[in-house]
Design a protein around this ligand. Structure first.
Ligand SMILES: C[S@@+](CC[C@H](N)C(=O)[O-])C[C@H]1O[C@@H](n2cnc3c(N)ncnc32)[C@H](O)[C@@H]1O
Length: 254
C-alpha cells in the first residue's frame, strides 16, 4: 500500500521533532574525521514546497516549522542553506538534511518505493557518495548492511499505513542489530489515541532511549504526539534531546 504522501505533512510538528534530533545526531556523529554511513528505509522525495497545494490543503507546517523561530542549531543551518538555494518556502526532508550536513568521506544509502517520491529523490539527492534505491526499505537496508564505513546511523521512518507495521519495525530492528551490531538506529513513530505505537515499544527487546513529545495538530484529531526510539545512541544523545526540548518549546511539549 503506497497511498501516503509526505508532501501533505512536511514541516509539521512531528517533522520538526524528528528533523531537529536527526540534525543534532548527525552533527554529533561527524565530530570525528572518520567517515560514517547514513541509511534510510523510507526516504520520501527529499525536498518539499510548503506553498504546494498538498501542503496548503492540510496547513500542517503552520503548526510546526512555520510556528517557530529556530535558535542557532544544526537544523537552522540546514534551512539557511536550503532557503538560499531553493527559496524561503522550501523545506528539506530527512535525506536532504543528511546530505547537507554530511561530508565527502560519508556515504548515504536511501530507499524509497513510491515512483513519484523516488523521482523527486533522484532529482534532489543524486550525487557522489549517495546510493539511491527504488526498493522496499527494510529489504534494501538489510541487504546493504553493514555498509562501509561501518560506523553509521539508520533512520526508520515508515508511514504506518498498515497496523502490523509497528510490530514489523520491532522485528526488523532485531534483525538489523543482529547483522550490524554497532549501528545507531533512530525509529520514528506517531502517538495516536488508539495507542498502536505500544506494539512497537513493547515489541522491542533491547536497550533503547525513547523520546516522546506532544503537540497540537488539527485540534487533536489524529496524531497527538511524536516519538523517537534510539538504539545504540552515541554518548551525548541525552543532552541533545534536552536541548531540542528547550529549543522547540512551546510547539513540542514533554
Ligand atoms: C514518512 S515518509 C518519509 C519521510 C522522510 N523520512 C522525511 O523525514 O523527510 C514515508 C515514505 O516511505 C515510503 N514508503 C512506503 N512504504 C515503503 C517501503 N516499503 N519501502 C520504502 N519506502 C516506502 C512512502 O512512499 C513515503 O515517501
Amino acid at each position: 500500500m503506497l497511498s501516503y504522501q509526505h508532501s501533505y505533512h512536511a514541516g509539521n510538528p512531528a517533522d520538526l521533532h524528528k528533523h531537529m534530533v536527526l540534525a543534532e545526531l548527525l552533527t554529533l556523529l561527524t565530530r570525528k574525521q572518520r567517515g560514517i554511513s547514513y541509511l534510510e528505509t523510507h526516504a520520501g522525495r527529499g525536498l518539499y514546497d510548503l506553498t504546494s497545494p498538498e501542503s496548503l490543503k492540510t496547513n500542517e507546517a503552520a503548526e510546526g516549522i512555520n510556528a517557530i523561530t529556530l535558535p542557532t542549531c544544526p537544523l537552522a543551518s540546514v534551512l539557511e542553506t536550503i532557503h538560499a538555494k531553493h527559496g524561503p518556502d522550501a523545506y528539506p526532508g530527512s535525506p536532504l538534511i543528511a546530505r547537507t550536513l554530511l561530508r565527502d568521506q560519508d556515504r548515504l544509502h536511501l530507499m524509497e518505493l513510491h515512483p513519484i517520491e523516488y523521482r523527486g529523490l533522484r532529482q534532489h539527492l543524486m550525487g557522489d557518495g549517495v546510493s539511491l534505491h527504488k526498493r522496499d526499505g527494510y529489504e534494501g537496508v538489510f541487504a546493504v548492511s553493514p555498509p562501509t564505513p561501518r560506523k553509521g546511523l539508520v533512520l526508520i521512518d515508515p508511514s504506518y499505513e498498515i497496523k502490523s507495521e509497528y510490530l514489523d519495525v520491532a522485528d526488523f530492528t532485531h534483525r538489523l542489530v543482529a547483522k550490524w551490531p554497532e549501528a545507531t538506529l533512530m525509529i520514528w513513530y506517531p502517538v495516536l489515541p488508539a495507542g498502536r505505537h505500544l506494539d512497537l515499544i513493547n515489541g522491542l527487546k533491547l536497550p533503547t532511549i525513547r523520546h516522546e513529545v506532544s503537540f497540537n495538530l488539527k485540534n487533536g484529531e489524529g496524531m497527538t504526539g511524536s516519538g523517537l526510539i534510539l538504539v545504540n545512541a552515541p554518548y551525548g544523545t541525552k543532552d541533545i534531546l534536552k536541548k531540542v526540548e528547550t529549543q522547540t518549546k512551546p510547539i513540542l511539549t514533554r
